[in-house]
Design a protein around this ligand. Structure first.
Ligand SMILES: [Zn+2]
Length: 92
């Protein structure tokens, strides 16, 4: 009597297929990126102690520009790099 029906196997297979479907669809249907927001960031670094800081870009900044004193050691802070980075909306 216990040999008659074994619905659990078929059920599990169906369940697995159903569960896997969204994952498969998510991978396949992903040509569009959610939101590709970019922002310009400025990396500021200290010549004295190696302190670095990332901040938002302000107009007029350029690489090599002096930005005042380091909060740690008082040496000159300089703009090290300016670049665009992608902002992940889900992270914020
Ligand atoms: Zn410093």
């Amino acid at each position: 009597m216990s040999e008659v029906a074994e619905p659990s196997t078929a059920l599990l297979a169906a369940l697995a297929a159903i569960l896997a479907l969204p994952a498969v669809l998510a991978v396949v249907a992903r040509p569009r990126r959610p939101r590709d927001v970019r922002r310009t960031v400025v990396v500021v670094s200290c010549e004295g102690c190696g302190y670095t800081e990332k901040r938002g870009y302000e107009q007029g900044l350029y690489v090599g520009m002096r930005l005042g004193a380091c909060p740690r050691c008082g040496s000159d802070l300089r703009v090290d790099a300016i670049y665009e980075e992608r902002v992940n909306p889900s992270k914020a």
